[in-house]
Ligand binder design. Sequence first.
Ligand SMILES: Cc1cc2nc3c(=O)[nH]c(=O)nc-3n(C[C@H](O)[C@H](O)[C@H](O)COP(=O)(O)O)c2cc1C
Length: 163
Amino acid sequence: MKTLIVYKTRHGCTDKCVQKLKRHLNGEVDVVNLKSTGSPALSDYGTVLIGGSIHVGQVQKKIKAFCLDHEVELKQKTLGLFLCCMEEGEKAQKQFDAAFSEGLRVHAAAQGLFGGEFDFDRMNFLERKIVKKVAGIKASTSRISEEAIDRFATDLARNLPEG
Ligand SMILES: Cc1cc2nc3c(=O)[nH]c(=O)nc-3n(C[C@H](O)[C@H](O)[C@H](O)COP(=O)(O)O)c2cc1C
């Protein structure tokens, strides 16, 4: 059956990660950005991968709502959950745990923290100010983890049903 990737991005980092992830996946893959499209019908898909990014500690509300609205159906799919964020280690994991319900995390065949980017060209004045103050970073920085994306795809492939 087909794979669906559902995601949301603010400055394009999650979008880049989705494109990278897609290259690792076999078979037919549909990609839905929740910004431009409504919630897709899940019945066509055997595998659903959901990704968002963290801004001021929170994943996008649309990602939370999508997970909440479809929790029962998502538990019947091969599921993958991923996030883009600039925190690492324990802090990143806490953000991940707050972004996705325990039920979905336990069910997920693959979970990924893909790193992130600070893209100053795409930030508004306030966002630039927050990033400079909180993260102490003053120029665009990319910390996308190819390794994490690769590991996610490997975990997913290992857990896909035969056939
Ligand atoms: C205003 C702002 C606030 C952010 N807050 C957090 C945060 O609380 N924790 C974190 O790990 N990363 C934070 N980030 C980093 C983003 O998660 C990172 O830029 C990510 O790559 C964004 O992905 P996107 O472009 O797909 O939205 C923040 C970035 C911005 C611009």
